[in-house]
Design a binder for this molecule. Structure first.
Ligand SMILES: *[C@@H]1O[C@H](CO)[C@@H](O)[C@H](O)[C@H]1NC(C)=O
Ligand SMILES: *[C@@H]1O[C@H](CO)[C@@H](O)[C@H](O)[C@H]1NC(C)=O
Length: 246
């Protein structure tokens, strides 16, 4: 490569880094809560699978309106939708902690596999709150090789400790949690919560700084203007192609 093409390549990499912005989003939810199930399956999951997903830094916090008390070295929980939900919250917490992507699963990142698994749990428990918790079924569906690690975690003290941590995180919410799911953007609770429940993508876009990515400008109901980011990204790809050719 000539030095000028190297300079161009460097330039496009710098632009790429500078225009990448991720919005921190935290979802406080409960494993058997119908509103959490609807939000995750109908809003969060499809949005995260779409090109907009790469602009979201997602944190999942299963706990919601549970209560806890310390008994000896263990923690006991009471959950909004009963004991099955406490167990479910532990399976979620343990999966978020322990899921690993296997070498044959290169279509996933750890984060995307966690979301697939969580979405599977939420879909299979919808309308069937009393059936056997589908931890194993979803683990088989997504070929999680370490389901036994996740199950052992959920059935033992480790799961309680992880769920306790989620409880502590939930307790730090200001104002304190009143509805489930609660969704924060950039660690703030505001009117975006209501929008997120019905149009999560739009809520994410509202929290992004301009220039907005094309994933936001091409949303229905928004002006069809080409953003500067899109323009720069086009330029970047052109620069890369040039750099690779020379
Ligand atoms: C948790 O504790 C609060 C306050 O004591 C109570 O109002 C609520 O019903 C409890 N929730 C559960 C799920 O037991
Ligand atoms: C873990 O707990 C669940 C729910 O109580 C139970 O169905 C399952 O058999 C337990 N698994 C093991 C390996 O103990």
């Amino acid at each position: 490569m000539t030095s000028i093409t190297m300079l161009i390549a460097l330039f496009v990499v710098i632009i790429g880094v500078c225009t990448a912005q991720k919005v921190p989003v935290s979802v406080y939810y409960e494993s058997l809560c119908p509103d959490s199930q609807a939000f995750i399956s109908e809003q969060l999951y499809p949005a995260m699978k779409s090109p907009l997903g790469r602009f979201v830094d997602l944190k999942l916090i299963p706990y919601g309106k549970s209560n806890r008390s310390t008994i000896g070295s263990d923690v006991e929980f009471t959950c909004h939708h009963g004991p099955n939900e406490c167990y479910g919250n532990k399976v979620h917490s343990c999966a978020i902690e322990h899921i690993q992507v296997n070498s044959f699963q290169n279509q996933y990142t750890r984060e995307s596999l966690i979301l697939e698994y969580v979405n599977c749990l939420m879909q299979l428990t919808r309308n069937f709150p009393d059936q056997l918790f589908p931890g194993k079924r979803c683990a088989e569906q997504f070929k999680l090789e370490n389901w036994q690690v996740i199950e052992a975690c959920a059935n033992q003290t480790e799961g309680s400790k992880l769920l306790e941590k989620n409880g502590e995180l939930t307790d730090t919410l200001k104002p304190s949690l009143t509805s489930v799911p609660t969704i924060t953007f950039r660690h703030q609770q505001d009117e975006s919560q209501a929008l997120a429940l019905v149009n999560f993508r739009s809520a994410v876009c509202k929290k992004m700084q301009s220039p907005l990515p094309v994933e936001c400008t091409s949303l229905p109901n928004s002006a069809p203007v080409q953003s500067a980011t899109t323009y720069l990204m086009g330029l970047s790809s052109l620069g890369l192609i040039l750099a690779l050719k020379i």
